[in-house]
Ligand binder design. Structure first.
Ligand code: PLP
Length: 397
């Protein structure tokens, strides 16, 4: 049977699907267009390491090409990489996964999250997550036909998730909770007692837990504990992690998910019909990162820690209260003492002093009154940016 598609169209039909049409444009798009139109801006805006990928990892990518490794890999990813990932995750996070069927290699954590959401959501299922958060969570849930349910986190709780708020947010449509600690944009981590409570709630309500631990190696105070390692959690947690941040490999687009076999299998179905596999060169570079990358990773981490100490001290000294971030490379400073909205603050600072920071509302409405300053930039630039911000803040008191 042939169907005349024109018959299906009503005058209201748009070429764009409704659930995509209704997505808001990213809150920082206009702002970054302004940043790009100016010269000599010091940017504390970009959430990306300022280090180039360590040379031996780049060399592994070159060697991969030299050997002519230019074909697809298994859909799940190179077994050698899955084995290296599972060994690393077992050693560092104390959770054992089987590389044969509990691990999938993906094109960034971005793809891993998309695969998982598409694999688990029936239309209308609710996914709970905490804000301020990474800008993609809500749109990704919506693009998978889910309903995002937001729990605001507070400066007074050092931006940790309050388990009581989680209890209140759960309904009979709740399918999963999405956690991100250390957190972009707040740098928060979860105190172990709170993490245990969240785990218990997930078990009581039989929820899937999605944990995005992309910043976990960049933990400066205390020890990072993965919720996947807590008792009875392995069977309900999907652990997302990648190479972008800790190994400065954003452009390689390489990451992984570890989790229960049925969920990895479902993710694999979506992956094999959409992406097929992650780039072979990037997979081979990732093997090198896991095998020999520890020393550079520690070096970069220690450099971020020094920068964190400087930026947090400078922000607090100029009267912008800033909780000391426990991880990642972001300082989330409270600017309410200036009386400006976060947008006005960011635009005026940019226009008057050529310093770019991100307005807190880019990460959710509860980010009003805050700015995110990424400290993945040189100490000199951080000091200069802080000098300028200090003048700006003094003038706006
Ligand atoms: C919390 C968080 N998750 C995921 C991503 C995306 O990571 P990837 O480069 O692995 O796709 C980012 C990038 O900034 C992030 O901040």
């Amino acid at each position: 049977m042939t169907r005349n598609t024109n018959d299906l169209k009503s005058p209201r039909d748009s070429r764009v699907a409704e659930h995509v049409d209704s997505l808001p444009k990213s809150g920082i798009r206009d702002f970054f267009e302004l940043v790009n139109s100016l010269d000599d801006v010091i940017s504390l805006g970009i959430g990306e390491p300022d280090f180039v990928t360590p040379w031996h990892i780049r060399e592994a990518a070159i060697y991969s090409l030299e050997r002519g490794h230019t074909s697809y890999t298994s859909n799940l990813g190179l077994l050698q990489l899955r084995e290296a990932v599972c060994e690393y995750v077992g050693g560092r996070y104390a959770v054992d996964y089987d590389p044969k069927n509990e691990c999938i290699i993906t094109v960034g954590v971005s793809e891993a999250l998309d695969l998982l959401l598409r694999a688990i959501i029936n239309p209308g299922d609710e996914i709970i997550y905490h804000e301020p958060c990474y800008v993609s969570y809500s749109p990704c849930i919506q693009m998978a036909y889910g309903t995002p349910v937001v729990i605001p986190t507070l400066e007074s709780d050092e931006f940790a998730l309050n388990p009581d708020d989680l209890r209140h947010a759960i309904t009979d449509r709740t399918k999963a909770i999405l956690l991100n600690f250390p957190c972009n944009p707040t740098g928060a981590s979860m105190p172990i007692e709170k993490l245990r409570e969240v785990a218990q709630i997930a078990e009581e309500h039989d929820l899937i837990v999605i944990t995005d631990e992309i910043y976990s190696e960049l933990t400066y105070d205390g020890e990072h504990v993965s919720i996947a390692s807590l008792p009875n959690m392995k069977e309900r947690v999907v652990f997302l992690h990648g190479f972008s941040k800790a190994y400065a490999m954003t452009g390689f687009r390489i990451a992984y998910a570890c989790g229960p076999r049925d969920l990895i299998d479902a993710m694999m179905k979506v992956h094999q019909y959409s992406m097929l596999c992650a780039p072979t060169i990037a997979q081979e570079a990732a093997v090198e990162a896991l095998t020999n990358g520890e020393r550079e990773m520690e070096m970069m981490m220690s450099s971020y820690r020094d920068r964190r100490n400087v930026i947090v001290r400078r922000l607090n000294d100029m009267g912008l209260s800033c909780v000391k971030p426990k991880g990642a490379f972001y300082a989330f400073a409270n600017i309410t003492s200036t009386g400006l909205s976060c947008n006005d603050f960011a635009i005026a600072l940019l226009k008057e002093h050529n310093v770019a920071v991100v307005p807190g509302t880019a990460f959710g409405q509860c980010g009003e009154g805050f700015i995110r300053c990424a400290y993945a930039t040189s100490l000199d630039d951080i000091q200069t940016a802080m000098d300028k911000m200090e003048l700006f803040v003094a003038r706006n008191r």
